[in-house]
Design a protein around this ligand. Structure first.
Ligand code: CA
Length: 471
């Protein structure tokens, strides 16, 4: 038993695991019993969003509590500057033992290496699924095994060896289920004799939508690479539709097999907490750095502000404060994580952190002035792989307004070619699948004016610079 009564924090984060591939979130395509267990014994967040839907930026926001334009990680190519104020530094300086194990993806060397962790053991860059190398406290080493199992092994090992007199903060970051979706032997044959249901929007034709949706290079039928993204290629003689369906099945099954291994490994960590009597005083979080398109809109990948990509799955268990089987409808963001952890640790959050502590929501109440809208920005304009336009926007509980400003603005990995800017508006109550852009509908003009004003207010609040907007 720890001398320090503050709770332990076990933060389990996977990479690109969309909420709609978690059964607690109503998945139609798989079962995740161990992640579900966290929800059943704790709280599930229904409206948890990332502020920039791509790997490195979301990770930087989770460490710093700041948006991309403040922490400097706009896309995949800016190394994180670890001299910034981070949650692990504040926790460590007040007596927590800290560890970062698994996918880091914020650069390597100098200020980009993990800092203020008592122990760190991270994959280089994206890392490999099979027999991966790790930077173990800076030293490159190869390990035999499967990344998801190894990351859990290292986490359990660190927990076992830690000083039990101090609380811990462990970030256990899986590589899975990021592409190239390589399952382990144990799950390689799951779903073999069945078809996974196709999403409702699988055959989206992008009518009514911005050019950005039409030109994005993330279509399952056109942009997936055989041999790397997909293991194999469609057999000869299939129609175009059959090829698309074949590709979806191949993709989604491998993705879900990787998820199944993540879920098993979540179970191993939960078992360890039970066996060592830590369950009661440990806050357990399961999340993913952003969402993902699972054939929705005919796509894979993320980046867009559309729901499947914007939403982060978040389930939290903390028996001392969080009522079992509850759901939070209030809006929460990735920048809220560090403030939440500091709140539980009794540490005053620094001025520069931009999120809110989620502790009141976890305790079952929504503060009167809680946010009713959120600001999003994706910066990498026309990146080589996915061709998505840079955009920003606002989401409220009912609406989503998106502005594709479509300029590089010097962001690394962007192509310096402007595209005509465009707006999209979705009425999520009437159109939850976001198929019908109603920006030009006269009935919504008052709503649009209000949303724009609110978006500009949010930009000011988070200290972002808007671009010049057309109507
Ligand atoms: Ca990711």
């Amino acid at each position: 038993m720890s001398d320090d009564p503050r709770p332990n924090i076990l933060f389990i984060m996977s990479d690109d695991h969309a909420a709609h591939a978690i059964s607690a979130y109503g998945s139609r395509i798989n079962e995740t019993p161990h992640i579900d267990r966290i929800a059943q014994e704790g709280m599930l967040f229904e409206n948890f969003f990332c502020t920039n839907s791509i790997c490195s930026p979301s990770r930087a926001s989770i460490l710093t509590g700041t948006y991309s334009h403040i922490n400097g990680v706009y896309g995949l190519h800016e190394p994180f500057d670890g001299r910034q104020t981070t949650v692990q530094r504040l926790l460590r300086s007040t007596g927590y033992q800290t560890a970062m194990i698994g996918k880091w993806h914020l650069g390597h060397g100098g200020n980009a290496d993990p800092q203020d962790f008592d122990y760190w053991n991270v994959l280089p860059g994206q890392g490999a699924y099979h027999d991966p190398e790790f930077f173990t406290m800076g030293e490159r080493q190869s390990y035999k095994g499967y990344a998801t199992d190894l990351i859990t092994d290292f986490s359990l090992d660190w927990l076992e060896k830690r000083d039990p007199n101090k609380p811990f903060f462990l970030m256990c970051h899986h590589k899975a289920p990021h592409r190239p979706w390589e399952p382990d032997a144990k799950h390689a044959h799951m779903y073999e004799d069945m078809d996974i249901p196709e999403p409702e929007t699988f055959h989206d034709d992008y009518a009514t939508r911005a050019e950005a949706a039409k030109v994005a290079a993330m279509r399952i039928d056109r942009d997936m690479r055989d041999g790397t993204d997909l293991k194999g290629s469609p057999p000869p003689g299939l129609s175009a539709l059959e090829q698309k369906q074949w590709r979806y099945q191949r993709y989604i099954k491998d993705y879900l097999r990787c998820v199944a291994s993540v879920d098993d490994n979540v179970g191993r960590l939960l078992d360890y907490l039970d066996e060592t009597g830590l369950t009661g005083n440990t806050i357990v979080i399961y999340t993913s750095d952003q969402g993902f398109f699972l054939g929705d809109h005919g796509w894979y990948d993320k980046r867009f502000m559309y729901e499947e990509s914007l939403q982060m799955p978040v389930v939290v268990r903390y028996p001392e404060e969080v009522k079992a089987g509850t759901k939070a409808e209030a809006m929460a963001l990735n920048v809220d994580f560090p403030l939440t952890f500091l709140d539980y640790a009794g540490v005053e959050p620094p001025e520069e952190m931009q999120g809110q502590s989620l502790r009141p929501l976890l305790q079952g109440s929504v503060p009167e002035n809680w946010r009713q809208s959120m600001y999003y920005r994706y910066w990498m304009h026309l990146d080589n792989d996915h061709n998505v336009y840079s955009h920003y926007g606002i989401r409220t509980h009912r609406y989503k307004l998106v502005y594709y400003y479509a300029q590089a603005l010097g962001v690394i990995g962007s192509k310096d070619e402007d595209r005509p800017p465009e707006w999209e508006l979705f009425d999520l109550e009437r159109d939850p699948c976001e198929l019908n852009n109603v920006y030009a509908d006269p009935a919504y003009q008052d709503t649009i004016a209000q949303l724009k004003a609110e978006m500009h207010r949010l930009q000011q609040e988070v200290k972002d610079q808007p671009v010049e907007e057309i109507d």
